[in-house]
Design a binder for this molecule. Structure first.
Ligand code: CP
Length: 311
C-alpha cells in the first residue's frame, strides 16, 4: 500500500513503495497477456481521467487498466469540458470529486497542477504528467521494463538521451532509477541539458557516444517541439546527426542493451527507425507494461485496509 493518498511524483516515494508497485504489476501483466482480461480488483470503484494535454498511451492505458479490473472509467478533456467556459481548476476538480470518484488522473501543462488538485479533493490523485516536472507512471513502467529484462534495477547504467530540459519523463526516471540503485547519465545538446540536474546524483554530457558507451539501457527522449523556444538547436536534421540514436551509436552500448523510448516518437529525429526495429528495442513492450503498472497503481490506491476486506 502506498503511504500517501496520491501519486504525484517519484521524488517523494520510497524504494520499498516502488518495489511493491513493480511486484504488483507482475501479477497484472499475467492478466493482460491472458485471454481473460477481467478481474474484480476495481469492482465498485470509479476513476476519471482529466487531461489538459493530448495523450494516447497514458490516458488509454489508465482507462483500460480500470476496465480490465471491472471499474468504471470516464474521461474529461479540457477542450470539451466547462474549463473552456472559465471554470477554475479547483472547481473542476471538486465537481469531479463529488461524483463518487475514487481516483482522479490528471495531465496538465503547468508544474504542480496535480499537487494543487490533490490538496482540494477527497479522491486519490495520480499525476499523469505536469509540465516539465514529473511523469511518475511513465518512469514506473520504464523501470518495470528494465526489471523484466534484467531481473533487477540495482547496478544498471542507464543513458537518457535527448531533450532532457523539457522532459518530465527524464526527471521521474532520475528520481526512480537513482533510488533503485541504478546509475544515470544524461546526454543531449547543452541547450537542452540543464546543468543543475547534476545535483540529483547523475552524470551529464553533451556527447551522446560517451553516454551510450557501455550502457545497459539506452532511453531516447522526444524532442518536445511544442515546448521549445526557437533556437535551442539548428535543425532536426542536424539534431539527428549529432544527438540522435542511430545504429552506430546504439552499437556502443553493452551487447543486448535495452533500447527504450516513452513515445510518441519523432522517427528519424531523436531515434532512427532502424534502432526502433532492433530486437533489443522494447518500445511496444513499454506500452503493454504501462497497462500492467497502472493496473497495479489503481488497485493499490483503492485497496481497502486488510481489516475491512479487499483483495
Ligand atoms: N509517454 C506518454 O506519456 O505518451 P502519451 O503522451 O501518448 O500519453
Amino acid at each position: 500500500m502506498l503511504k500517501s493518498k496520491d501519486l504525484l511524483g517519484l521524488r517523494d516515494i520510497t524504494q520499498e513503495e516502488i518495489h511493491e508497485i513493480l511486484n504488483t504489476a507482475d501479477l497484472m501483466k499475467v492478466v493482460i497477456t491472458s485471454n481473460n482480461k477481467k478481474t474484480p480488483h476495481l469492482q465498485g470503484k470509479s476513476i476519471i481521467t482529466l487531461f489538459y494535454e493530448n495523450s494516447t498511451r497514458t490516458r488509454m492505458s489508465f482507462e483500460l487498466a480500470c476496465k480490465y479490473m471491472s471499474g468504471t472509467a470516464s474521461g474529461v478533456s479540457a477542450s470539451t469540458s466547462s474549463v473552456s467556459k472559465g471554470e477554475t481548476l479547483i472547481d473542476t476538480a471538486r465537481t469531479l470529486d463529488v461524483m463518487g470518484t475514487d481516483v482522479l488522473i490528471m495531465r496538465h501543462p503547468m508544474t504542480g497542477a496535480p499537487h494543487l488538485m490533490a490538496k482540494n479533493v477527497r479522491s486519490a490523485v495520480i499525476n499523469a504528467g505536469d509540465g516539465i516536472n514529473e511523469h511518475p507512471t511513465q518512469a514506473l513502467l520504464d523501470m518495470y521494463t528494465m526489471k523484466e529484462r534484467f531481473g533487477a534495477i540495482k547496478g544498471l547504467r542507464a543513458a537518457i538521451v535527448g531533450d532532457v530540459r523539457h522532459s518530465r519523463v527524464a526527471r521521474s526516471n532520475i528520481y526512480g532509477l537513482t533510488k533503485m540503485g541504478a546509475s544515470v547519465i544524461l546526454a543531449g545538446p547543452p541547450t537542452l541539458l540543464p546543468p543543475e540536474l547534476d545535483k540529483l546524483g547523475v552524470e551529464l554530457t553533451d556527447r551522446v557516444d560517451e553516454a551510450v558507451k557501455g550502457a545497459d539501457v539506452v532511453m531516447g527522449l522526444r524532442i518536445q517541439l511544442e515546448r521549445q523556444k526557437k533556437g535551442l538547436f539548428p535543425t532536426v536534421r542536424e539534431y539527428h546527426k549529432y544527438f540522435g540514436l542511430t545504429e552506430e551509436r546504439a552499437a556502443l552500448a553493452k551487447p543486448h542493451a535495452l533500447v527504450m523510448h516513452p513515445g510518441p516518437v519523432n522517427r528519424g529525429v531523436e531515434i532512427s527507425t532502424a534502432v526502433m526495429n532492433l530486437p533489443d528495442a522494447k518500445i511496444d513492450e513499454q506500452v503493454t507494461n504501462g497497462v500492467a503498472v497502472r493496473m497495479a497503481l489503481l488497485f493499490m490506491m483503492t485497496r481497502q485496509k486488510p481489516e475491512t476486506g479487499g483483495f
